[in-house]
Design a protein around this ligand. Structure first.
Ligand SMILES: NC(=O)C1=CN([C@@H]2O[C@H](COP(=O)(O)OP(=O)(O)OC[C@H]3O[C@@H](n4cnc5c(N)ncnc54)[C@H](OP(=O)(O)O)[C@@H]3O)[C@@H](O)[C@H]2O)C=CC1
Ligand SMILES: O=C(O)C1=N[C@H](C(=O)O)C[C@H](O)C1
Length: 252
């Protein structure tokens, strides 16, 4: 049997970080070597000899954390939101200088969510209208969710390759925000509600019919199989992978 992966969790006291710590401690092929939070020095990662980092911190710190890891040739699995195109490009440039190091940015680790986004992108070629509603707990600091952004990007790419027009919309006047955020031409609406965890609906409309693709995470345990899959795979995928779908055989 090969040596266990030496894993550090960043954001370890948070809602996701605490769940990841439990999952890693339970995995027989992994060793938790550090559980760090705000104010802890990243030099600890070097002192404990971490080979892999899981970043589940906050959008304002994730880039600094991950760049440190890559500069020291640690593989990184990122669940934290905030990785826009400019940040991803900059990270890819850094990775090119550190060949052999792998990074996964996973907007959503839940396998059902990854599948739902892929199904939605496929379906969006066949429906005139598409909009996204994402629904989350009220402690979430960013909107729209990273998952909704990624889903909109996938849908927009499919519709562009199919030569489709924008979804029809006759709105002439509106109160700002009434039609949601627009990402690559796709409208995204964000709900924050006590009692929710993480949920998303993609509404697809055609003449006389509607298809709704909904995914619900009722518990953060739903994200852990994806976190562990990411950790087990990332070292064999040098460079940057955006989306856990990059590690799955989705037949697309
Ligand atoms: N990809 C996925 O499947 C999922 C992604 N997420 C994303 O993960 C992120 C975390 O979510 P959640 O756990 O709910 O958030 P929390 O706020 O519960 O946790 C974030 C943790 O990070 C800590 N932190 C702050 N700054 C740093 C730093 N510089 N280094 C290390 N840790 C730091 C915070 O500490 P303090 O409290 O002191 O600020 C807190 O403990 C979000 O971006 C969220 O959108 C969430 C669920 C699933
Ligand atoms: O903050 C959360 O809770 C979640 N964040 C991620 C996102 O923004 O998409 C993943 C999941 O939706 C839960």
């Amino acid at each position: 049997m090969s040596a266990p992966l030496k894993i550090a969790v960043l954001g370890a006291s948070g809602r996701m970080g605490a769940e990841a710590v439990k999952a890693i401690e339970t995995a027989t092929d992994m060793e938790l070597v550090a559980a760090l939070g705000r104010g802890d020095s990243l030099d600890t990662l070097l002192e404990v000899g971490a080979t892999h980092v899981v970043d589940l911190s906050v959008p304002s710190s994730t880039e600094t954390n991950v760049r440190f890891a890559v500069e020291h040739r640690m593989h990184a699995v990122i669940g934290t939101t905030g990785w826009d195109e400019a940040k991803r490009e900059s990270l890819a440039t850094l990775l090119a200088k550190n060949p052999g190091t792998g990074v996964l940015i996973a907007p959503n680790f839940a396998l059902g969510s990854v599948l739902a986004s892929a199904f939605a992108a496929t379906a969006a070629r066949y429906f005139e209208s598409v909009e996204i509603i994402e629904l989350h707990h009220p402690n979430k600091v960013d909107a729209p969710s990273g998952t909704a952004v990624r889903t909109a990007e996938l849908i927009a790419a499919e519709r562009a390759s199919a030569g489709m027009d924008p979804s029809p919309d006759a709105t002439e006047t509106q109160i700002e925000g009434a039609r949601g955020a627009v990402i690559d031409g796709i409208h995204v609406h964000s709900v924050r509600l006590r009692g929710l965890v993480a949920h998303q609906e993609v509404l697809l409309g055609g003449t006389g019919e509607q298809l709704t693709l909904r995914h619900d995470s009722y518990d953060r345990a739903s994200f852990m199989p994806g976190v562990l899959l990411g950790l087990r795979t990332v070292a064999s995928r040098p460079g940057l992978t955006y989306g856990l779908d990059g590690y799955l055989e989705l037949g697309r």
